[in-house]
Design a protein around this ligand. Structure first.
Ligand SMILES: NC(=O)c1ccc[n+]([C@@H]2O[C@H](COP(=O)([O-])OP(=O)(O)OC[C@H]3O[C@@H](n4cnc5c(N)ncnc54)[C@H](O)[C@@H]3O)[C@@H](O)[C@H]2O)c1
Ligand SMILES: N[C@@H](CCO)C(=O)O
Ligand code: NA
Length: 430
């Protein structure tokens, strides 16, 4: 064995504490695999005295994590603070500038500053590793960056947020209210510090932009992701979806073709036969289609202490072995910049839920707008009273270009017969 890999941990929350525990429990095999001892030299967090359920007395405590970057007795800094900017970014920059290896679970930081950090790592010949940042414990970064590296990948999509999947599937199985289930996900340690990042789709978009760069060899483009979360999904939508043969899932989709780079996060209806319809609770899943390997399906725990620590320590093992290369699978200057592709040309089936007044002529008005916009209806359900005195009218369209649905909704805008905002979800057709 060569000399120890000297590690500093910045951030001792859910993930940081998990890393300390994993190294403790699995030390022997981790060190055999890294071919050297793993030595946690120093740690930093906001509150020194917080009870983390682990003995930290062997580690030097540091108040300012950025000072870790300049130390000669540290080889790798592990950033587990979070946040796209602030102390996490200051630490990441200082670490790479000093030529040290950086391991991070911070997808927000990578989505916003990944290219800059990858360039710094390249300039210094330093490792920048981030397996925990996308789909937690699932080795999807390794899978795309290494395992599928010989393929042209046309599409990558999946369930990238454990909190949303936990909320949607718990609502589905137990019929419980949105807010109650969100609080439970926060207690279980899945949710981001700001849970709106989870439920508004931002966290999934951070991860999707990283996956897209790896899959297509394109420059990371978080600004190009169209984002919708799950706030508008009602228990009724989940029940209608079930009646129609679907499950509601928050799905991130990235596709690269002659039209450019299409990236979108949105609640979708997955047909019950689709593998994503069977991804429950806080699990994540990623599907990638390669031109030689075919369909790859990765599934596992995308959040929580153990699975995320598993990914962080795997990165440390790689660094211990000296196995790393360009952060985004190729040198930054080789990444192409594709223009964002417009959604309007995309063809697919759509689920629409309207809350309508219960009076004659409403259905005729709705179907006329669909007809005039060239939208053909595959199935239609009208049922029940809603709280605001209307009835729900739910339809699934045949395959149509997205702009036709937008046109139909524009024709109905302002109609006295339509109460509240229509709910639209795309049907997953990969
Ligand atoms: N929790 C998960 O399941 C999960 C999964 C994958 C990725 N991540 C990512 O991992 C990172 C950490 O997440 P977490 O859930 O462990 O967060 P957390 O809120 O539980 O922990 C954050 C830690 O950072 C420390 N911290 C905050 N500001 C600091 C500062 N200025 N200096 C030093 N320490 C500071 C806090 O004291 C705390 O120990 C985030 O980037 C998150 O997105 C989390
Ligand atoms: N908040 C994230 C943590 C994992 O990145 C989730 O719920 O998936
Ligand atoms: Na991962």
């Amino acid at each position: 064995m060569s000399g120890p890999l000297r590690v500093a941990l910045a951030g001792l929350g859910t993930v940081g504490a998990g890393v300390v525990k994993l190294i403790e429990v699995n030390r022997t095999l981790v060190e055999r695999r890294a071919a050297r001892p793993i030595q946690v030299v120093a740690v930093s967090a906001r509150d020194r005295n917080r009870d983390r359920g682990i003995d930290m007395s062997a580690f030097e405590w540091v108040d300012d994590p950025v000072t870790l970057a300049a130390r000669d007795d540290i080889d790798v800094v592990v950033e587990l603070i979070g946040g796209s900017d602030g102390p996490a970014l200051a630490l990441a920059r200082a670490t790479l500038e000093s030529g040290k290896a950086l391991v991070t679970a911070n997808k927000a930081m990578l989505a916003h500053h990944g290219i800059e950090l990858a360039r710094m790592a390249e300039a210094q010949g330093a490792a920048l590793k981030y397996e925990a940042a996308v789909a937690g414990g699932i080795p999807v970064i390794k899978g795309l960056r290494e395992g599928a590296a010989a393929n042209e990948i046309g599409v990558v999509y999946g369930i990238l947020n454990g909190t949303c999947n936990y909320i949607l599937t718990t609502m589905e199985k137990e019929g419980r209210a949105f807010n109650e289930v969100l609080e439970e996900a926060q207690r279980l340690g899945f949710a981001e510090a700001d849970p709106s990042f989870d439920i508004d789709g931002v966290d999934a978009a951070h991860k999707l932009s990283i996956l897209a760069s790896l899959a297509f060899g394109t420059r990371l483009d978080f600004e190009g992701v169209a984002i919708d979360g799950i706030r508008e999904v009602e228990a009724a939508d989940i029940a209608y979806a079930e009646t129609l043969g679907f499950k509601v899932r928050l799905v991130g989709i990235a596709q690269a073709d002659a039209n450019g780079l299409f990236q979108r996060v949105h609640a979708c209806l997955a047909p019950v036969a689709h593998p994503l319809a069977h991804v429950d609770g806080s699990l994540n899943a990623v599907v990638a289609e390669g031109n030689f390997v075919g369909r790859l399906f990765f599934q596992g725990s995308g959040a929580g202490e153990g699975p995320t620590a598993s990914a962080v320590v795997a990165d440390l093992i790689d660094i211990g072995r000296g196995e790393f290369g360009p952060a985004f699978a190729m040198p930054v200057d080789s990444l192409t910049a594709l223009p964002p592709a417009a959604a309007g040309d995309r063809v697919g089936r759509v689920y629409l839920r309207f809350t309508v007044a219960d009076r004659p002529g409403v259905l005729a008005e709705l179907t006329a707008a669909m007809r005039d916009a060239g939208v053909s209806i595959e199935s239609l359900i009208q049922r029940g009273n809603t709280e605001n005195g209307g009835v729900y009218l739910v339809m699934v369209t045949h395959e149509v270009p997205e702009r036709a649905v937008t046109d139909a909704l524009a024709r109905l805008h302002g109609s006295e017969n339509i109460l509240g905002r229509p709910m639209l979800m795309h049907i997953l057709d990969f």
